[in-house]
Write a protein that binds this ligand. Structure first.
Ligand code: HEC
Length: 229
């Protein structure tokens, strides 16, 4: 029993861990509004990635994939270095950080003259990634007094405010980020949709097998019971 309690505590605690290191108290991850089986979104996200992210980030572990290839994504690029930091490979990013984290990260850059790139990030303080999204999202700065709710929680958009408009409306930007996150979720598990489909077949098969086994057992025991009498 003790072990179970310990395990439950560990799980609860580990999900809190990232929040512990936060500079911004009570900052919550936004829920990424994505459907990872939406292949149109995956394709749009792959295009966006090929144009805006691939100059820095590699996707080395992406298995051969027609969707990614059609979007112009290559997997044999050599990593580069930005101010001494190598942009991490993003093939498994959706598994490592989670889709909500990436979605929030891409939304929460703000101007910070103290950094080498001139921007900083709410959930990744001191990030070496430059202001890649600013041309689309616009520029944002920290608000002076963020509004916390009753539980002392804040969302990224409570902490920053726009100061310069980008080429996209907020809705267009949300959608573009959701698409690229959908693509990264797909890239981390390209067979997920297929696995899910197969899963139902397997479950269906097991149900049928169970019924047949049960009938068979009844049939066998009928004779056994008879001989015992
Ligand atoms: C000019 C180069 C550059 C471009 C272009 C770029 N990034 Fe980055 N990115 C970086 C660097 C450098 C880091 C590493 C930050 C660090 O470790 O401090 C990073 C980090 C990240 C991370 C966090 C990785 C982690 O878990 O630590 C994500 C997610 C990410 N980038 C996504 C993107 C997406 C999506 C795009 C395209 C819209 C993009 N990046 C475009 C340079 C770039």
């Amino acid at each position: 029993m003790k072990r179970y309690i310990l395990a439950i505590l560990l799980v609860l605690f580990s999900s809190q861990l990232w929040a512990e290191e936060q500079k911004f108290e009570g900052l919550q991850l936004a829920t990424a509004p994505i459907n990872e089986f939406d292949m149109d979104a995956v394709k749009r996200g792959a295009k966006f990635f090929a144009t805006n992210c691939m100059s820095c980030h590699t996707l080395t572990y992406l298995r051969y994939d027609k969707v990614a290839k059609d979007a112009g994504i290559v997997t044999d690029k050599k990593p580069i270095s930005i101010n001494g930091v190598t942009p991490p490979d993003l093939s498994l990013e959706a598994d490592v950080r989670g889709v909500d984290w990436i979605y929030t990260y891409l939304h929460s850059f703000y101007k910070d003259p103290a950094t080498a790139s001139g921007v900083n990030n709410l959930i990744f303080p001191g990030t070496a990634m430059p202001a890649i999204v600013a041309p689309f999202q616009g520029e944002q700065v920290l608000v002076e007094k963020p509004m916390h709710d009753l539980l002392n929680q804040v969302q990224w958009y409570d902490l920053v405010k726009p100061v310069k408009q980008g080429s996209m409306t907020p809705e267009e930007f949300d959608k573009a980020v959701a698409d690229v996150v959908t693509f990264l979720a797909y890239a981390a598990e390209p067979y997920h949709a297929e696995q899910e489909r197969l899963g139902y077949w397997v479950l269906g098969f097991l149900v049928i097998l169970f019924v047949m086994m049960y009938l068979l057992k009844k049939e066998y025991w009928k004779d056994v019971k008879k001989t015992r009498q």
